[in-house]
Design a protein around this ligand. Structure first.
Ligand SMILES: [Zn+2]
Length: 503
């Protein structure tokens, strides 16, 4: 038998927020570019995404990479059942026409919920396990915000995840997956993954992996990775997921050393438990944050973080609370803010650059958090070309924000209104529409934490705003109905570590 193997590479990625206002659809993937077969290498190589790493490394290891599908959508609400089926059908069809396959790398977010399966990623892995049989190697990669499921770990040969948040190691994760798959081909000892979970959820804003306390937990995990322990991945989970098996997960991928792997996972989970009081997040009122930003004497702007309505966390990006506050602010300022409102963009396009326009904007998709409001300003620019990300997260990936318009208000605040969410976690969104960030006092981002790597060196400080919304950091304000009890922070009282272990 040839030692050169043919490896199918599949990437189907969306993060679900079950509190989001609307259902996600197949169109959400198509609008961001759904690539098949040869297109994947042509469009994806060189980008900091998982497939570029796994394709390159599979070839480097002497195998043949067979790219199948790359489907990526911005985070959103629960995926329509038919549209999930459509994605899987396209994948299967492409795979069927790709010839014999010896193994598979599956890049999945790990927090995808469909209308009929709260663990839709697991459904994908189970499908291929059934098709290819028990001994076929399947290595799965996940986002660090995945909600790991026993079903998925059971169906996969091995499961690993990003090590960083902000996620700057996406291609690197693809490389690690290829190396583990290569070991599955070459070694006699059985490779598998152990999963341990604790029913504890922490705000995404407090999960930065280069900072205390996540950095200490990562360092402990790294200290176990040697000999038969091939990989340890931490999954602090994105918290806006009202599903039964919710919690902080750890995977340990090992070579025939299940006891050693389980022991390492338990020790790391205990370390997380010890450090839990340190996962603190300070939040600010709009008043406090804006006043402070306007007296900032540094040379870079202050970032106002509206993580409660972050499209990379599944929100719609149409919450106008901060936009309204800034555009009505009585003092002059230099600020750039953003909002999704497709109808407002369309109306603006009937006017020329330099013309004055009055619009009613805001809360056009998710009406639960406020009322539409009026603005009057001058149209500065519009367009419909997509943004190429320039920061270290998904570097080079092209994101469509649909049509957009930039309007200047008399107090100096500018608004970028878009049809689809602007990727404000990356400075390219504002650069793309002609805004110089250095000239601003205030920059509005709709992102929990991803923005920190993109804007590194370009801001003085950031303030997380205490606002309501489907991706708020104030988790207890959301109505969780399906989680198991007790789960921290939703259940009051003092709990022992053992009570929170999800067996
Ligand atoms: Zn993530």
């Amino acid at each position: 038998m040839s030692s050169r193997k043919r490896v199918a590479i599949v990437s189907v990625i969306q993060e679900t927020n079950t509190f989001a206002a609307s259902t996600s659809t197949f169109e959400d993937f198509v609008s961001q570019g759904l690539w098949l077969g040869e297109e994947i290498s042509a469009l994806g190589m060189g980008l900091n995404i998982e497939i570029s790493g796994s394709i390159a490394e599979i070839e480097l290891l002497g195998h043949e990479a067979v790219p199948i599908v790359r489907a990526w959508a911005m985070s959103g609400g629960i995926l329509a059942a038919n549209d999930f089926d459509k994605l899987l059908a396209i994948t299967v069809q492409q795979l069927d026409s790709s010839g014999h396959i010896d193994g598979m790398i599956l890049h999945l977010h790990g927090a995808l919920v469909s209308e009929i399966d709260v663990q839709a990623d697991a459904g994908i892995v189970e499908y291929f396990r059934e098709q290819f049989g028990a001994n076929f190697p399947i290595v799965v990669t996940h986002d660090l915000h995945a909600n790991l499921s026993k079903r998925l770990v059971h169906a996969a040969t091995a499961v690993i995840g990003f090590r960083t948040y902000p996620h700057i190691d996406q291609a690197e994760t693809g490389i690690r997956a290829a190396q583990i798959l290569n070991k599955c081909f070459r070694e006699i000892a059985e490779i598998s993954t152990v999963l341990k979970k604790l029913r504890v959820v922490i705000p995404a804003e407090a999960q930065a992996t280069s900072e205390h306390p996540m950095a200490e937990i990562r360092a402990l995990a790294d200290s176990f990775v040697r000999d038969d322990i091939l990989d340890i991945s931490l999954f602090p989970v994105q918290p806006w997921l009202d599903v039964p098996e919710l919690g902080f997960g750890i995977t340990v991928t090992h070579r025939g050393s299940i006891l050693k792997a389980e022991r390492a996972a338990s020790l790391i989970l205990q370390k997380f438990w010890e450090l839990l009081p340190d996962f603190q997040l300070e939040m600010f009122s709009m008043d406090n944050a804006v006043t402070t930003a306007l007296i900032n004497h540094g040379s870079w702007p202050i970032i106002l973080v509206q993580s409660s309505d972050s499209p990379t966390s599944g929100s719609t990006g149409d919450d106008g609370n901060l936009v309204q506050y800034l555009t009505n602010y009585p003092q002059p300022m230099k600020a750039i803010t953003t909002l999704v409102d497709g109808a407002a963009v369309k109306r603006s396009k009937a006017h020329g650059i330099g013309e004055e326009i009055s619009l009613t904007i805001g809360f056009s998709l998710d009406r639960r958090w406020g009322e539409p409001f009026k603005i009057t300003g001058i149209i500065k620019a519009y367009g419909d070309s997509p943004v190429t990300l320039e920061g270290p997260v998904m570097t080079g990936q092209i994101i469509s924000m649909g049509s957009w318009v930039r309007i200047a208000i008399v107090n100096g605040c500018q608004i970028l209104i878009t049809e689809r969410p602007a990727p404000t976690f990356d400075p390219s969104a504002y650069h793309h529409v002609g805004v110089s960030l250095k000239d601003q006092q205030i920059v509005h981002v709709r992102s929990a934490l991803l923005f920190k790597s993109g804007y590194e060196g370009f801001y003085e400080k950031y303030f997380v705003l205490d606002l309501a919304g489907p991706s708020t950091a104030n988790l207890k304000a959301l109505h969780f109905q399906n989680i198991k009890h007790p789960t921290i922070p939703f259940d009051e009282g003092t709990f022992a570590f053992e009570e929170l272990i999800d067996e």
